[in-house]
Design a protein around this ligand. Structure first.
Ligand code: MG
Length: 390
């Protein structure tokens, strides 16, 4: 039996991970579940999965749950609770499914406690890829990708020699605004963004998919996970989201992983690796399959992608800055404080204001993240004031 701790159990990845666990009750146990504020859903998950411990990071939400819960699961709260969820001695694997930079501390705590990581929190690798990968190596811990593209690449690398990889082809759906011009993107609403054609996801990643920031974050994630140079990462827009990514080898052979756009498959593979278990999830049927098409990403219209790739190549603290500015700008967009195209403008400005540290310590990363957020908020305030003074 593998004991799993799910950090972010009420989010999109977390709930799907619990479906995977419910399908494999004799192999997987949701030993600890942790959420931010959603005490109602967490309570339902406690009732069904009977974990040893459940955590609510938000103190008020934890108080609400504690005041009505009478069962035997231990309820913890705050950041300490989250750190305990990441490092509890009874855990084998930690699924990191929280959104954003807040995932970094618990991920490092889990690695130090020698837990394998099923990594769904890409921002952690973007902000501190070198530190996280070095810690994983030092502690002899596996980092198993949950992101569908990285799971595909990981699967295509099985049984192969990684030094014979020529490049990876990271596929992108292109998001809901593929083919649109900059002009057409000016008046995009949050609702337009949240209608993604292929994948049902949380709000932050849905906006990231619409701006293509997500693909930039994934390129940086891939660089660290698979020890690649940026020149070895090619991005191809594949609107059907059937090929989840590919690996090209030195001899010209390309291996691909195909499947329905359904996160439960990569989640299951990360939790049960190297086993491939039967499941009731929807399967691909070539009889009903139509065209698979590919095109170049429009980096000129979708500037968040080019900025992310630039940040990756500049390296040091710059990817951390890209990530912080993007997180702040996306939430400002979701609150209608800035428009869709402002997201990349905010990121560019914050990057321009930053003096890169080449080999940052963990303290440098936290300080950089904090400063970049403050700069981003100032820029957003200026945009907002300018818009409303007209
Ligand atoms: Mg992905």
């Amino acid at each position: 039996m593998k004991y799993v701790s799910i950090l972010g159990s009420t989010g999109s990845i977390g709930t799907q991970a619990l479906e995977v666990i419910a399908n494999n009750k004799n192999l997987l146990k949701a030993q600890i579940i942790a959420a931010n504020t959603n005490d109602k859903l967490l309570e339902q998950q406690i009732e069904y999965f009977k974990p040893k411990t459940a955590v609510l990071v938000d103190k008020k939400a934890a108080d609400r749950l504690v005041s009505r819960y009478r069962g035997s699961t231990t309820i913890l709260c705050g950041e300490e609770g989250l750190m305990e969820a990441a490092s509890d001695p009874s855990i084998h694997t930690v699924l990191t499914a929280m959104v954003g930079f807040v995932g970094l501390k618990p991920t490092l705590a889990a690695i130090e406690a020698k837990k394998d990581i099923a990594l769904a929190n890409k921002e952690t690798l973007v902000a501190a890829g070198e530190i996280v990968m070095n810690e994983a190596k030092k502690n002899n811990v596996k980092i198993l990708p949950v992101d569908s593209e990285h799971s595909a690449i990981f699967q295509c690398l099985q049984g192969q020699h990684s030094h014979q990889v020529k490049r990876i082809i990271l596929t992108a759906s292109g998001g809901p605004f593929r083919g649109k011009s900059k002009n057409e993107l000016k008046n995009i609403t949050t609702e337009d963004c949240l209608a993604h054609p292929n994948w049902a996801m949380g709000k932050k990643i849905t906006v990231d998919s619409a701006t293509l920031a997500n693909k930039g974050l994934e390129a940086i994630e891939a660089k660290w996970l698979f020890d690649l140079k940026y020149s070895q990462i090619q991005i191809s827009v594949h609107p059907q989201s059937i090929i989840h990514s590919m690996v090209e080898y030195n001899d010209g052979s390309i291996l691909a992983q195909l499947g329905q756009p359904d996160m439960k498959l990569p989640i299951q593979y990360a939790l049960t690796y190297p086993e491939r278990l039967k499941n009731p999830f929807p399967k691909l049927d070539f009889k009903n399959m139509k065209d698979l098409t590919f095109e170049q990403p429009d980096k000129n219209t979708f500037q968040c992608l080019s900025l992310a790739l630039a940040a990756g190549r500049i390296a040091g603290t710059m990817p951390c800055v890209f990530n912080a500015a993007n997180e702040v700008a996306v939430y400002a967009f979701l609150e209608n404080k800035i428009n869709f195209l402002n997201i990349s403008e905010v990121i560019r400005e914050v990057m321009r204001n930053h003096k890169r540290i080449k080999n940052p310590s963990l303290e440098d990363i936290f300080e950089t993240d904090n400063k970049a957020r403050i700069t981003a908020l100032k820029i957003i305030e200026n945009i907002y004031l300018e818009k409303h003074s007209k």
